[in-house]
Design a protein around this ligand. Structure first.
Ligand code: SF4
Ligand code: SF4
Length: 346
């Protein structure tokens, strides 16, 4: 992997020039006490002091609401206006952390399981990720427990690590997309400093062993632990809406007269209506079954079927939860169980 250096000043020029050439640049922007990704047209709007944005940046590839196609009904005939990928701009996400960059892999595996999803793939193809290593963390972060790390390059096209004493950044060029940008603006990049990147990263100890967790969780469908852990869960869905890897969606019709749009909208397996059948039957009747689905999907079904863990340890779900459900505490509890006893085995 090629390593380079970019100064604070040259980074501003780099990001501003990406905007000037017509790319939509998304970056963290301070909003009162929160920081959120939004489109920026100047580097001066960007805030890089945050630990984590409230929302992830998955919406660049999987928007909260997206029109899949439009239709017009006319005396028994229907005219379709199909999804048009040409309307998707070239996008750059700047300043996302490694846990968000890593989140695009689980999303991609979900959206390409069986039939490849055109909207997701087209958006992802037009998106370049210029990520920023983490120099600070909080009690909710647990990337090191799920194969990640504060300086993990997986998923990024370019990863920057702030090197404060050099007034700039170590640049790791991870992908071909990243290489293209660095080559195009070669004059802004210099020789990589001789530094140990680890010395500049946040220190984050592991909260649980992923192997121990995975060895146990897939045998726990009937366990009583789900009831115990989810007793205070409200089913509000906040955890899914902030998550960089959650991909549940619903299909809605938006019609007016003879015209209509078919929309894909974020949904959550934590909602009681998510599995509610028109017959009135709900296979996940109670919240403990929905909590179990959330954890089994991420840590058992996805690794088995899609060869990827469905969580990057960003901690957003725990920060956002109105009743302080902390996913890493719950996962550590499962990983530490000495004997997994299921109802059926009793
Ligand atoms: S955010 Fe908390 S209360 Fe809401 S569904 Fe998720 S775990 Fe339950
Ligand atoms: S489940 Fe929670 S910690 Fe894991 S990726 Fe989603 S929001 Fe982040």
């Amino acid at each position: 992997m090629e390593r380079k250096y970019i100064s604070d000043e040259s980074l501003k020029t780099f990001i501003n020039q990406l905007n000037d050439e017509g790319r939509h640049v998304y970056a963290p922007v301070a909003k009162g006490e929160k920081t959120e990704f939004e489109r920026v047209k100047s580097f001066d709007k960007i805030s890089l002091d945050h630990i984590q944005t409230t929302q992830s940046i998955k919406a660049v590839a999987f928007p909260r609401t997206e029109k899949l196609f439009s239709y017009t009904k006319n005396k028994g005939d229907v005219t379709l206006e199909d999804y048009n990928p040409d309307l998707i701009p070239e996008m750059v996400v700047f300043g996302l952390h490694p846990c968000d960059a890593a989140g695009f892999k689980p999303l991609s595996n979900i959206f390409n399981w069986g039939t490849p999803d055109v909207p997701f793939n087209e958006r992802r193809r037009r998106t370049t990720l210029i990520a920023m290593s983490c120099t600070q963390s909080d009690e909710f972060c647990f990337c090191t427990s799920v194969n990640g790390g504060p300086g993990n390059t997986a998923g990024s096209d370019i990863l920057l690590t702030p090197i404060k004493d050099k007034n700039g950044y170590l640049v790791e060029v991870v992908s071909e997309k990243g290489q293209e940008l660095v080559s195009k603006y070669a004059g802004l990049f210099g020789e990589a400093p001789d530094v140990d990147k680890e010395a500049y990263l946040a220190k984050l100890s592991r909260k649980f062993s992923l192997d121990d967790l995975r060895g146990k969780i897939s045998h726990m469908f009937e366990s009583e632990v789900w009831k115990k852990q989810s007793e205070r869960c409200l089913g509000c869905g906040a955890c899914a809406f902030v998550c960089p890897t959650c991909a549940c969606f619903d299909i809605q019709e938006d019609t007016k007269g003879s015209k209509g749009n078919r929309l894909r909208c974020w949904d959550s397996c934590g909602f009681s209506l998510f599995t509610f059948h028109t017959s009135g039957h709900n296979p996940r009747e109670v919240q403990s079954q929905r909590w179990r689905q959330r954890l089994l999907h991420k840590f058992s079904y996805m690794p088995e079927r899609l060869s990827v863990v469905g969580c990057t340890g960003c901690g957003r779900c725990s920060r956002a939860c109105p009743v302080d459900m902390n996913i890493s505490d719950h996962l550590a509890e499962i990983a530490d169980l000495s004997v997994v006893t299921t109802e059926k085995e009793k």
